[in-house]
Write a protein that binds this ligand. Structure first.
Ligand SMILES: CN1c2c(nc(N)[nH]c2=O)NC[C@@H]1CNc1ccc(C(=O)N[C@@H](CCC(=O)N[C@@H](CCC(=O)N[C@@H](CCC(=O)O)C(=O)O)C(=O)O)C(=O)O)cc1
Ligand SMILES: N[C@@H](CCS)C(=O)O
Ligand SMILES: [Zn+2]
Length: 769
C-alpha cells in the first residue's frame, strides 16, 4: 500500500555524552592513535544509525556525520584544498583535513563562519580562479556501504549542493562562478553515479541558499545544474532540500528537474504554505515536509501538526509523495532528553530533543498512514504537556509583565553624545593611543574546569571554589600587568559559558545536564532554556569584577553578555514575541549594570557576538529585527553615567549589512573579529566612516598558532589606513578561553609589542600624542 514516509535530514554528531568530542580531542592530543580514533568514530556512527532505525525512521541519512564540519567534508571531497595545505602527492590525510580547519604552525586556518542564522560554524571553502576541482575519495559511497553492510538498510546520502557550496566559498572572482560550477557538476554526477551503482535510491542535496533572496537568474543556474545531473544520473532520485526559511521563486522552483523538494514548515511556514496554496505542488514529485522544529526543543503539538500534514497531503500526488521530516538537520538540537534526570518534570515533559523529535515524526507518519485514532493517546499527551507549561507560574510573572508594559516606544538614549562622552572619558582613563585590551576570557584550563566540577559535585565548598577563582583571577591580573596591557579583564574563570552562566542566575531559565550542541569543530555549547519570564534576582558579576578591580590601578572591564546574544544562544519559549523576550533580558541586565556602576566599575563590556547571527535571512524581516536588537541593547546600557565607558564585542566578520545598527548601539568602544577572516572586514570601513572607539582583532584565537609581532602589526597598519588612530584599539579577535596559557601569553606579548611599534610609527605622523 502507498504510504507516507518518515525521513530524517541529519542526526547530531556529538553523542549523548559528547563521546565524539572526546574522541576528536583525544586524537588531537595524541591520546588516541589514528586507528583508535577511526574505530571509535565508526562505532559512534553506527550507533546513531541503529537508534534511528530502532525509532522506526524510514529514510535515514548518511554523510551527515563528520570529523569536523560537513561543508569542509564537501570541499575536501571535491579537492578544494587551499594551496598552503596541499601535499606534493595530492593526498588528503586526516592531518590535511584538520589543518585546514584548525591551522598549524606554518599556515593559517581557513576562515570559519556562521551557518546561515545558526550558532553552528562551518569552514569556508577557499577556491581561487585557478582551482581545478577533482574527486578525492567518495566518502558518501563508503558511508552508504557501511550502513548497508552493518544493518542491511538503504540509506539516503546527504550532501551540500554545488550552488550552495560555491556561494559559501571565498577567494574566486564572481566572473569565475560559471566555470567553477561547470567543473563541479560532473564531479557531483560521478559521486551520484557511484552511489546509484551501489544501490542508493535517493540523494538529499542540501541547497539552503535557496531561502536567501533568490531571483530568476539564480533559478536558471539551478535549472541548468540539475538538468545536467539528472541527465548524467537518471537512476538516482534527487531531493532538493531547503531549510531555515521559505523558498523564494516557489512557482519556478517546483519546475526544477528533480524528484522532490524539502521545505521548512517551521521557520518558513508562512511563506511556504502561502506558495503551496497559490501554486499547488507537482503531483509527480515528493514533498518532504519539515513539520517538526529542528532548531528548538519544545514538544510538537502533534494534533495541530497532524492536521497540517493532512492538509499538505491534499497537495501531493498521493501518500507516497509525502515525507515527514524535521525542519532542518537535527544537528542544532541536543541528542536526547532521556538523561536529564534533574529537570523540573513540568518542563521536561514539554521538551523534545533529537531522538524524541524522530519519534514525533514517526508518530505523525503513523497518524497519516493508519488514521488519527491510531495515535490519539500521543496527540493528547503532547497537548497536555504543552498546556501545563503554558499555565505555569514561571510563564506568568506579573511584575515582569508590568515592567514591559511601561516601556517607551522611543529608543533609550545616553545623556550625552559620543563626542562629549569621549572627552569626559579620556580625562578619566588617560589611555595611550591604540589602547591594548583583550575580549574577556582567559584559558579555561583543565584545572579550572575540574575545580568547577568538584564544586558542582559538592566535593569542594563554595569557599574553596571562590578562593580558587580569586587566585586564578589574581594570577591573570598580574600576567596582564606584566604583559603591559592597558585595559584588563578579570578572565571569566567563574563561567562555564558566557550565556549559560547568566541564565543560571536569572529567573525564567532552566538548564540541562547533557543538552550539548556542536558549535564548531569539537567545541560544544549547552544552550539554556528560556521557558519563563526573565527577571534579575541578585548581582551576577559584581563580586568578581570588583575583586579584580581592587587588585590593580589599570581599568578592569566589567563583562556581561547582551540581551540579543543571550536570546540567540538559548532555546527560547515560542509563546511570546522576540521583542518581549529581548526586553525582559535587557531589563534584567540593566539592573546588573546599575549594580556594577554602584560597585565603581567604570568600563562595562556587553558582548553581542550573536547579533549578526540572528539577522533574518529574508530582506523584508531584517530592519525590524535590528530595531528590536538596538532597542534592547540600549535599554540595558544607555542609562549609565557619561564617565562609564560601554564596550561591546562581536565575533564574526560579515558586518556590512548591520553596520548602521552597530553604530546605533552607541557604544563607546566595539571590538570585532578580523584576523580569522584575514582582515577582510577592514574594507567595510572604506565605505563607512566609523567614528567611535573600535578594535579590529589582530590575533585569530581559534587557532593554536602563535602569530608573530609582524603579522599583528600588519593587521593594525592595514586597519589604520581606513580608521582614525584616535579611535583605534588593539585586541584579539575574541576571548581566549579555548587557548592554552602557553599560547596566550606569548601571543599577547607579541600583540603589545605590535601596538608599541605602530604607536612609534604614528608618533612620526601625529604630533603631540
Ligand atoms: C563565543 N562562542 C560562543 C558561542 N555560543 C555560546 N553559547 N558560547 C560561546 O562562547 N558561539 C560562538 C562562539 C563559539 N565558541 C565557543 C568557544 C568555546 C566553546 C567551549 O569551550 N565549549 C566547551 C564547553 C564549555 C563548558 O560549558 N564547560 C563547562 C564544563 C563542561 C564539561 O565538559 N564538563 C565535564 C567535566 C569537566 C572536566 O572535568 O573537564 C562533564 O560534565 O563531564 C565548564 O566550564 O564548567 C567544550 O568543551 O566544548 C564553545 C563555543
Ligand atoms: N567575553 C567573551 C566574549 C566571547 S564572544 C569572551 O571573552 O570569551
Ligand atoms: Zn567573541
Amino acid at each position: 500500500m502507498a504510504k507516507v514516509l518518515s525521513a530524517n535530514l541529519g542526526y547530531p554528531r556529538i553523542g549523548e555524552k559528547r563521546e565524539w568530542k572526546k574522541a576528536l580531542e583525544g586524537f588531537w592530543n595524541h591520546k588516541l592513535t589514528e586507528t583508535e580514533f577511526l574505530e571509535t568514530t565508526k562505532q559512534l556512527r553506527l550507533s546513531y544509525l541503529q537508534k534511528q532505525k530502532d525509532r522506526g525512521v524510514d529514510l535515514i541519512p548518511v554523510g551527515d556525520f563528520s570529523f569536523y564540519d560537513h561543508v569542509l567534508d564537501t570541499a575536501v571531497l571535491f579537492g578544494l584544498i587551499p594551496e598552503r595545505f596541499k601535499q606534493h602527492d595530492d593526498a588528503v590525510t586526516l592531518d590535511t583535513y584538520f589543518s585546514i580547519a584548525r591551522g598549524n604552525q606554518n599556515a593559517e586556518a581557513s576562515e570559519m563562519t556562521k551557518w546561515f542564522n545558526t550558532n553552528y560554524h562551518y569552514i569556508v571553502p577557499e577556491i581561487s580562479n585557478q582551482t581545478k576541482p577533482r574527486l578525492t575519495t567518495n566518502r558518501l559511497l563508503d558511508l552508504f556501504n557501511e550502513a548497508k553492510e552493518a544493518f542491511g538498510i538503504t540509506t539516503k546520502p546527504v550532501i551540500v549542493g554545488p550552488i550552495t557550496l560555491l556561494k559559501l566559498s571565498k577567494g574566486y572572482d564572481a566572473t569565475h562562478f560559471d566555470a567553477l560550477l561547470r567543473s563541479l557538476v560532473p564531479l557531483y554526477s560521478e559521486v551520484f553515479t557511484q552511489l546509484a551503482a551501489a544501490g542508493a535510491e535517493w540523494i538529499q542535496v542540501d541547497e539552503p541558499i535557496l531561502v536567501r533572496t533568490t531571483n530568476n537568474d539564480d533559478l536558471n543556474i539551478f535549472k541548468q545544474v540539475y538538468q545536467q545531473i539528472k541527465a548524467a544520473v537518471p537512476g538516482l532520485k534527487i531531493l532538493l532540500q531547503t531549510y531555515f526559511e521559505s523558498v523564494d521563486c516557489y512557482a519556478d522552483l517546483i519546475k526544477l528537474p528533480v524528484d522532490g523538494f524539502g521545505l521548512d514548515f517551521i521557520d518558513g511556514a508562512a511563506g511556504n504554505l502561502a506558495a503551496l496554496e497559490q501554486f499547488g505542488f507537482p503531483k509527480d514529485k515528493v514533498l518532504a515536509a519539515g513539520l517538526v522544529d529542528g532548531r528548538n526543543i519544545w514538544k510538537t503539538n502533534l494534533a495541530d501538526t497532524l492536521s497540517q500534514a493532512e492538509k499538505l497531503l491534499t497537495f501531493t500526488g498521493g501518500p507516497e509523495k509525502l515525507w515527514i521530516t524535521p525542519s532542518c538537520s537535527l544537528l542544532h538540537v541536543p541528542v536526547t532528553i532521556e538523561n536529564e534526570t534533574a529537570l523540573d518534570p513540568l518542563l521536561k515533559d514539554a521538551l523534545a530533543f533529537a531522538d524524541q523529535k524522530l519519534s514525533e515524526i514517526v508518530t505523525l507518519t503513523k497518524g497519516l498512514n493508519e488514521g488519527r485514532a491510531s495515535v490519539q493517546p500521543a496527540l493528547d499527551a503532547a497537548r497536555q504537556s504543552i498546556q501545563h507549561l503554558q499555565q505555569s507560574e514561571q510563564r506568568n510573572n506579573r511584575a515582569v509583565e508590568a515592567e514591559l508594559a511601561d516601556l517607551d516606544k522611543e529608543l533609550p538614549k545616553r545623556p550625552k553624545d559620543y563626542a562629549a562622552r569621549q572627552k569626559i572619558q579620556s580625562e578619566v582613563f588617560h589611555l595611550p593611543l591604540l589602547p591594548t585590551t583583550t575580549i574577556g576570557s582567559f584559558p579555561q584550563t583543565a584545572e579550572v574546569r575540574q575545580a568547577r566540577r568538584k564544586w558542582r559535585k559538592g566535593e569542594w565548598t563554595d569557599a574553596q571554589y571562590n578562593d580558587f577563582i580569586k587566585e586564578e583571577t589574581e594570577k591573570w591580573i598580574r600576567i596582564q600587568e606584566e604583559i603591559g596591557l592597558d585595559v584588563l579583564v578579570h578572565g571569566e574563570f567563574e563561567r562555564n559559558d558566557m550565556v549559560e552562566y547568566f541564565g543560571e542566575k536569572l529567573d525564567g531559565f532552566a538548564f540541562t545536564r547533557f543538552g550539548w550542541v556542536q558549535s564548531y569543530g569539537s567545541r560544544c555549547v549547552k544552550p539554556p532554556l528560556i521557558y519563563g519570564d526573565v527577571a534579575w534576582q541578585t548581582a551576577i558579576t559584581v563580586a568578581e569584577s570588583a575583586f579584580a578591580q581592587s587588585l590593580t590601578q589599570s581599568p578592569v572591564k566589567g563583562m556581561l553578555t547582551g540581551p540579543v546574544t543571550i536570546f540567540n544562544w538559548s532555546f527560547v519559549r515560542n509563546d511570546i514575541s522576540q521583542a518581549d523576550v529581548f526586553n525582559q533580558i535587557a531589563l534584567a541586565l540593566k539592573k546588573e549594570i546599575q549594580a556594577l556602576e554602584e560597585a565603581g566599575i567604570r568600563m562595562i563590556q556587553v558582548d553581542e557576538p550573536a547579533l549578526r547571527e540572528g539577522l533574518p535571512l529574508k530582506e523584508e524581516k531584517k530592519a525590524a529585527y535590528l530595531h528590536r536588537s538596538v532597542y534592547a541593547f540600549r535599554l540595558a546600557t544607555s542609562f549609565v553615567r557619561n564617565d562609564t565607558q560601554i564596550h561591546t564585542h562581536m565575533c564574526y566578520s560579515e558586518f556590512d549589512e548591520i553596520i548602521d545598527a552597530i553604530d546605533a548601539l552607541d557604544t563607546d568602544v566595539i571590538s570585532i573579529e578580523a584576523a580569522r577572516s584575514h582582515g577582510e572586514i577592514i574594507a567595510t570601513f572604506e565605505k563607512f566612516a566609523y567614528k567611535k572607539g573600535i578594535g579590529l582583532g589582530v590575533y585569530d584565537i581559534h587557532s593554536p598558532r602563535i602569530p608573530s609581532v609582524e603579522e599583528m602589526q600588519s593587521y593594525a597598519e592595514r586597519a589604520l589606513q581606513v580608521l582614525d588612530p584616535h579611535i583605534f584599539w588593539i585586541n584579539p579577535d575574541c576571548g581566549l578561553k579555548t587557548r592554552k596559557p602557553e599560547e596566550t601569553i606569548p601571543a599577547l606579548k607579541h600583540m603589545v609589542v605590535a601596538a608599541q611599534n605602530v604607536r612609534a610609527e604614528l608618533h612620526h605622523t601625529i604630533p603631540n600624542n
